[in-house]
Design a protein around this ligand. Structure first.
Ligand code: NAP
Length: 419
């Protein structure tokens, strides 16, 4: 047993963490709550959420890191306060499955481990799953007798066979169907009564309904749970979950796994499609904003105005937002290291347009913006960050420049801005 806190002994560190009105029992510290409110965390105790406060309003990065590692229990009193201490960083409950350790899946799965869950993971490229397991199994916090927090599976099927809850974070409807419906190694082959599949990929509602139908046909339960937020929120556990489907599964996960990976979870009803529709609306708005920004930067440049001054003006007005303040400098520096790959943003524009078609809602701006993304894909920027849409938005006729190749852009960026 070791103390959860800022110092080596409770008198030094743990004194600053106090629980409210709780009995001595095991509890897990919610990492997300600590992230979003530095002086207050939530603990799950016997299925009930209670607040855990850091006294003196002080939460150091070290304390947060300690708390995020896992399981704590109330162990004693000192001057009328109750203290939390680490028992074991990982619980004995059944492991959670995770399929797809890409940009988003990696951060999400890491937060599950930090919240005290043991994981069974599978990724198409096995080396990524192996690296993830190494990162978490060899972090120096585990005693030699406790099982490793991350175990590898040989297939998506094996993940579901070994776990009650399995999260899937893949790419397109086509890929998700391939992984779930594979007749030998697919997720559905491991599905059985009592098991739950949580699909976090951004798909269309038809694909979600199809997966739901297959999962329930195999006696399983299904939660549609696409996320809003990119690489950084996935890493810091501040995603927004947009859920529909099995209400009991949502209730069970909302204050546990979803709170470890996100800052807020919405439930749009038992009918499949609500979460996906919200996700597509949100990403359609973001995709249009990005193209508008790219055209604005381009026009400002044509007028001899620097991107820096454009940024300053935008930041002072109603258009001040994290999307513009993070992506504008990246466009100006041609730094397209992917947080949200352009091919995924274009997929979401396409899916939103299909949804507009289905609902007979005209989306002329989105249709035009989609063409700008398609052109960027054609130019070779599919795997770069979505802000590379700037390359496609540039007015080449103004300068008579030939479009730059991806290799030339990377070379330019690394020479001038990456050291
Ligand atoms: N990035 C963001 O900012 C963001 C934000 C919100 C939502 N989303 C959505 O979340 C989903 C994942 O995004 P991401 O950015 O994490 O994507 P990513 O980095 O491209 O990762 C995709 C994952 O899918 C796997 N995959 C791809 N094709 C596969 C196939 N044919 N068979 C099996 N596995 C396959 C990849 O495996 P390998 O490692 O083997 O390639 C990887 O694990 C997408 O639907 C995206 O639209 C992304």
């Amino acid at each position: 047993m070791r103390w959860l806190g800022f110092g080596a002994a409770p008198t030094v560190g743990l004194r600053t963490v106090r629980t409210h009105s709780i009995q001595q029992s095991a509890c897990r510290v919610g990492s997300t709550a600590i992230n979003s409110k530095p002086s207050c965390a939530r603990a799950l105790i016997g299925g009930k959420t209670v607040s855990v406060r850091c006294l003196e309003g002080r939460t150091t990065p070290r304390a947060v890191r300690s708390a995020r590692r896992g399981v704590a229990s109330v162990t004693g009193h000192r001057r009328g306060r109750r203290y939390l201490s680490m028992t074991s960083p990982h619980t004995s409950e059944s492991p959670v499955g995770f399929i797809g350790l890409g940009i988003m899946g990696h951060g999400m799965a890491a937060n599950l481990v930090r919240s005290g869950k043991r994981l069974v993971v599978w990724n198409r490229t096995a080396s990524k799953a192996e690296a993830f397991a190494r990162e978490h199994n060899d972090d120096g916090t585990r005693s030699s007798s406790s099982p490793p927090p991350v175990q590898l599976a040989q297939s998506a099927r094996e993940v579901v066979e070994r776990c009650r809850f399995t999260y899937s974070m893949l790419t397109t409807p086509e890929v998700v169907r391939q992984v779930h419906f594979d007749p030998h190694h697919g997720t559905l082959q491991g599905m059985a009564a009592g098991k739950v599949l949580v699909e976090c990929s951004t798909l269309d509602a038809a694909a979600m309904r199809e997966i739901h139908a297959h999962v329930t046909a195999h006696s399983g339960r299904f939660l549609e749970a696409p996320v809003s937020g990119s690489k950084a929120p996935a890493e810091s556990g501040s995603l927004i979950f947009l859920c529909s489907g099995d209400a009991a599964a949502f209730k069970e996960l909302c204050d546990g796994d979803l709170a470890a990976m996100g800052k807020r979870s919405f439930f749009f009803g038992e009918q499949i499609g609500g979460g996906t529709h919200m996700k597509l609306v949100v990403n359609m708005i973001m995709g249009n904003m990005m193209v508008a920004l790219a055209e604005g930067v381009n026009l400002a440049e044509a007028c001899g105005l620097s991107s820096d001054s454009l940024q300053q003006v935008l930041q002072l007005g109603a258009m001040s937002c994290p999307l513009f303040s993070t992506k504008l400098p990246k466009m100006a520096q041609q730094d397209y290291e992917p947080n949200f790959p352009l091919k995924h943003q274009q997929k979401d524009m396409r899916l939103a347009l299909n949804l507009g078609d289905e609902k007979a809602v005209a989306l002329p701006t989105t249709a035009a913006a989609n063409e700008v993304y398609k052109r960027a894909r054609g130019m070779g920027f599919a795997d770069e960050d979505c802000c590379a849409v700037y390359e496609s938005a540039k007015d080449r006729s103004r300068t008579n420049e030939a479009p730059e190749s991806v290799a030339a852009v990377r070379e330019h960026a690394s020479k001038n801005y990456r050291g």
